[in-house]
Design a protein around this ligand. Structure first.
Ligand code: ZN
Length: 118
């Protein structure tokens, strides 16, 4: 049970013309960074995706529709972007399993070296 999700890193309002409705105040560019979360950990990956949406005509604008101007602005925004560093955070359940494993290991070592016996 692992799921990968995205969190919003940055939202920017662009003043470019929408390829659909030609409005110049509706385009919103969103950068999202991917993270993976399961029962044991939450990990931030360094994968960043972007989405473009026009608030005016409520359409998603795919890269294939981008004009040169839009592409330039996206490149600029990308360069200014500061993604969160890749990281992994263990959840309490993972710690419990690690500690139980360690205790078991210590028990086995102590038992096999004859320090403790039953
Ligand atoms: Zn539009």
């Amino acid at each position: 049970m692992s799921s990968s999700r995205f969190f919003t890193l940055k939202e920017a309002r662009l003043s470019n013309n929408c390829p659909e409705c030609y409005s110049n105040d509706g385009i919103e560019l969103t950068f999202k960074q991917k993270f993976i979360e399961n029962a044991f950990y939450k990990a931030i990956t360094n994968e960043v995706v972007n989405e473009m949406h026009c608030m005016n005509c409520n359409t998603q604008i795919f890269p294939i529709q981008w004009t040169d101007d839009i592409e330039r602005v996206v490149e600029y925004q990308k360069r200014a972007l500061q993604p969160k560093p890749k990281s992994i955070k263990l959840k309490p359940l993972a710690w419990v399993i690690i500690i139980v494993d360690l205790l078991l290991l210590v028990g086995i070592v102590l038992f096999s070296t004859g320090v403790i016996s039953f």
